[in-house]
Design a protein around this ligand. Structure first.
Ligand code: ATP
Ligand code: MG
Length: 367
């Protein structure tokens, strides 16, 4: 059974149409990440599920029951906010226990739950402190602890890690994911960070201007984006998009760039593109699908492209090389020592098995 079912949901703030007809079904136990640019409606959608905002149209069902008219505390949800929303005058213990006390839970049960959650989150030594005596990461754990002691059906997180530094974020990401594995609860997690979405989600729901652009498993979206927007949103450095046209090659189709180069598509890729000869397309190539060409490499689907590198950015493990490809700047993710100086000319091998082709009119991926 699904724990959450949203049907044709709309939300307005006066003139602003923040959620524009969202249909979404989340199976029990799944970790779903709502991701999208700032202002696309993530928090609004989450807050409407929680009952902190009222829906203008559509239904929200939690555990098979329509909850549109239920107050937040009657919705069987626990929520972690971006700003923690802890009570400053209560000690950590009391902050975590608060929701349980409000529900008249027996004292011994509260104590057992608070201590178990604190242990799980490694804050058991902080229970007697006040929030002002904690670091950002510790505050975040307390806020998560307060949510997980509640035996809710749905756990909602709104950008819980955005106030933390990069290292702590990485650590907490892993911890929240582990928490999900241990508790087996249904969780919905909002972020604008695509790496967070990729690393944490069972399923990503990518929102764009109040609508769902695409949803699916992280690697599904990454490898089979439905639109240029999705292809460009996921991945860092971002996918390269190069204007091109399709032309007939010797046996398969070629992708022809405006600099005159022709890149042959593998036969297997051409069936879907039948009848599109002569049409304009946008070629989408991920930086990691370009490598330094090796002499004698005969793997099928690799084509050679001569590049003059004009920017070299080592990250340690890899080096990003920027060069002109057709009418745009493109980035290739090479091995650390593949290129050392701007101005170098090198042969790149592009893996044409992995490229995508986009219709420039509709921005849909066509092959
Ligand atoms: N209380 C409000 N009154 C008026 N407009 C609002 C209100 N809250 C949000 N909006 C508008 O609704 C849209 C969606 O906002 P929302 O906060 O859901 O975005 P978001 O995806 O969570 O963005 P962010 O990543 O910046 O948190 C935005 O255009 C925003 O300006
Ligand atoms: Mg938000």
């Amino acid at each position: 059974m699904s724990d959450l079912k949203i049907t044709a949901l709309h939300k307005y703030y006066g003139e602003v149409h923040a959620v524009k007809g969202v249909d979404l079904e989340i199976p029990a136990g799944e970790f779903t990440v709502l991701v999208g640019q700032s202002g696309c409606g993530k928090s609004t959608l989450l807050r409407t599920i929680a009952g902190l905002e009222t829906a203008d149209a559509g239904t929200i069902e939690i555990g098979g029951e329509v909850v549109n008219d239920h107050a937040p505390r009657d919705r069987d949800i626990a929520m972690v906010f971006q700003n923690y929303a802890l009570y400053p005058y209560m000690k950590v213990y009391e902050n975590i226990a608060f929701g349980l006390r409000a529900r008249r839970t027996p004292r011994a049960e509260i104590d057992a739950k608070v201590r178990k959650a604190a242990q799980m989150l490694a804050i058991d030594h902080l229970l007697e402190r006040y929030p002002r005596q904690l670091s950002g990461g510790q505050l975040q754990r307390v806020a998560i602890g307060r949510a997980v002691v509640r035996n809710a059906r749905l756990y909602l997180f709104d950008e819980p890690l955005s106030n933390l530094d990069a290292q702590l974020r990485d650590e907490m990401r892993g911890e929240i994911k582990r928490l999900h594995q241990d508790l087996g609860k249904t969780m919905i997690y909002v972020t604008h960070d695509q790496i967070e979405a990729m690393t944490m989600a069972d399923r990503i729901v990518l929102l764009r201007e109040g609508r769902i652009e695409q949803q699916g498993a992280p690697l599904d979206l990454y490898e089979r984006p439905a639109t240029r927007y999705v292809a460009g949103f996921l991945g860092s450095p971002t996918m390269n998009f190069i204007d091109a046209s399709l032309e007939r090659g010797n046996d398969a189709l070629n992708v022809r760039l405006c600099d005159g180069t022709s890149l042959a598509l593998p036969m297997a890729r051409t069936a879907k593109l039948a009848g599109r000869e002569g049409q304009r397309v946008v070629l989408g190539v991920r930086p990691e699908h370009m490598s330094r060409a090796l002499a004698g490499d005969t793997r099928s689907g690799l084509v050679r492209y001569e590049a003059r590198i004009d920017l070299v950015q080592p990250t340690g493990a890899r080096t990003y090389a920027t060069f002109r490809m057709g009418d745009t700047e493109a980035v290739a993710e090479l091995l650390a020592h593949d290129v050392s100086q701007p101005g170098e000319r090198i042969g790149l091998a592009i893996d044409m098995n992995r490229v995508i082709l986009i219709d420039p009119g509709s921005d849909a991926v066509i092959g």
